[in-house]
Design a protein around this ligand. Structure first.
Ligand code: ZN
Length: 473
């Protein structure tokens, strides 16, 4: 690559977003019916839906090897608002440069391939509900020449133009805003084509009011418009999915569907449960193959990911998270913590945490020490629950799906056990394809490690505590 490909993309982008000067569309074009049709046909949201209801479009195109930019943002004619918008664009640029410019590590090593080119595309929409209230949505895509799937992000901002000032989203959200959005969205996507066939199995959790998917919105004339990014609640191939909720539905208190009884165990359950765990990933091929199987069987697992791979393959990590799996740390790059000094351990923990924060906006769900090595001093330096395992499949050694199955079967009763595998081998993905339906047929629920701790031991996982081999017997 791939300069050619980036250029092709740029041209498509220019045509799509109408840099030629006819990008201002009329008010009130948007309807959920049209959005549904576009999603069903796999059409890009941007291609038609880009709405610029105010001001002029500023377009910046630059190529400063190895980075290219196509940035579009509005110039509204309101001084403070325009300064703020330029500030936002600058922040987006800075973050992109920090992520993709070649970086020299402490030992003089190049941390990133100098030949990797990267492009930043920034598009936007503005919506006016009346003369004064403007919602601004930024759509950001990063595309790199190393073949990684594009990284996308949506951000929303609101302005009161009569006062020429920005209004924080929280100030605009009325009582029951998030709750109503959550109830409406769950119902719409689970009962309407093409969404109902493809929504992730744990959508109720993903779309729960407290899970932060309803703070990016635009007020339009027709209702409140929400966008869901790739992997938020649908497979990445669905692209950005949009839902327009009429104001009356957002304002009226919507009755919640009946809560599932007994969802959270208050006491230790008798239900048979087992936790599958995958170390050393994420891997774009094999982890995705494992996730395909978990998605198909509506099962959950726990991934102990390496920080440097979290940074490299953010979309795989997002998908692990989106499928309701636990996403935990396995250190930055697999050092033996019993041989590191305190400063090195703390640095490793901080760096890995930062990688998770960047991709998931939160810390990892737990920690598994490389080689299972974590002595009584080391554990005090880990601010996360520390999970080992109780069934070793030896998948790294056999590299054979049948051998993995045999290791599991010879244990007998698996209730409460944690099974160790590695998410970086095709043989382990093959083993998963056999293991998941086998365990479900045997009556086991496949849960995450923390769910197992809570359900089987009635205990909330505690930081710096080792949950070891004997705990999971
Ligand atoms: Zn490992």
């Amino acid at each position: 690559m791939k300069k050619k490909r980036i250029f092709a993309f740029l041209l498509t982008f220019i045509m799509m977003t109408g840099l030629s000067g006819c990008s201002v569309s009329a008010k009130g074009l948007i309807s959920q019916k049209r959005l549904d049709e576009m999603t069903a046909k796999g059409e890009s949201f941007w291609a038609e839906q880009t709405q610029h209801q105010i001001g002029e479009t500023v377009t910046v195109t630059e190529y400063i090897k190895p980075l290219s930019y196509i940035l579009q943002y509005p110039k509204t004619g309101y001084e403070t608002t325009d300064a703020r918008i330029e500030g936002i664009v600058q922040e987006i640029r800075n973050a992109f440069e920090q992520e993709y410019l070649p970086e020299i590590g402490p030992k003089g090593e190049t941390r990133r391939d100098n030949n990797t080119e990267a492009a930043l595309y920034l598009g936007y929409e503005t919506y006016l509900t009346d003369e004064t209230n403007m919602s601004l949505l930024f759509f950001e895509t990063h595309e790199t020449s190393d073949g990684m799937s594009p990284h996308t992000r949506i951000q929303a901002f609101h302005f009161d133009l009569s006062k020429d000032q920005e209004i924080p989203a929280e100030e605009l959200m009325w009582a029951d805003f998030t709750k109503n959005a959550s109830v409406y969205t769950q119902k719409y996507f689970s009962t309407t084509e093409p969404y109902n066939e493809r929504i992730f199995g744990n959508y109720k959790t993903l779309l729960a009011p407290e899970n932060g998917r309803f703070d990016r919105f635009a007020f339009t004339e027709e209702g409140v418009l929400f966008h869901f990014d790739r992997y938020d609640i649908f497979p990445g191939s669905m692209g950005i999915v949009s839902l327009l909720i009429p104001y009356e539905d957002m304002r009226t208190k919507i009755t919640e569907p009946e809560a599932e009884a007994g969802k959270l165990p208050t006491a230790i359950t008798n239900k048979k449960m087992v936790a599958l765990t995958y170390d050393d990933g994420p891997n774009p091929i094999h982890t995705n193959a494992i996730l395909d199987i978990l998605e198909k069987y509506d099962a959950r697992a726990t991934f102990f990911d390496l920080g440097y791979l979290v940074e490299k393959y953010p979309d795989v990590v997002k998908r692990e998270n989106a499928l309701g799996c636990e996403v935990a740390s396995h250190s930055w790059d697999h050092e033996n913590f019993n041989k590191l000094n305190d400063a090195a351990i703390k640095a490793d923990v901080a760096k890995t945490d930062a990688a998770f924060q960047k991709v998931l906006g939160r810390s990892p769900d737990g920690f598994r020490p490389p080689y299972g090595n974590c002595n009584d001093h080391v554990k005090t330096l880990i601010p996360l629950p520390i999970y080992l395992w109780s069934v070793d499949t030896l998948d790294w050694k056999s590299r054979n799906a049948d051998a993995v199955m045999a290791e599991v079967k010879k244990i007998g009763d698996l209730d409460g056990k944690v099974i160790l595998m590695h998410g970086i081998y095709s043989s382990t993905a093959e083993a998963t394809a056999k293991l998941v339906p086998y365990l479900q047929e045997q009556g086991y629920e496949l849960v995450t490690v923390s769910e197992l701790v809570e359900a089987k031991h009635g205990e909330k996982p505690t930081n710096s505590k080792i949950y070891g081999y004997s705990y999971f017997q």
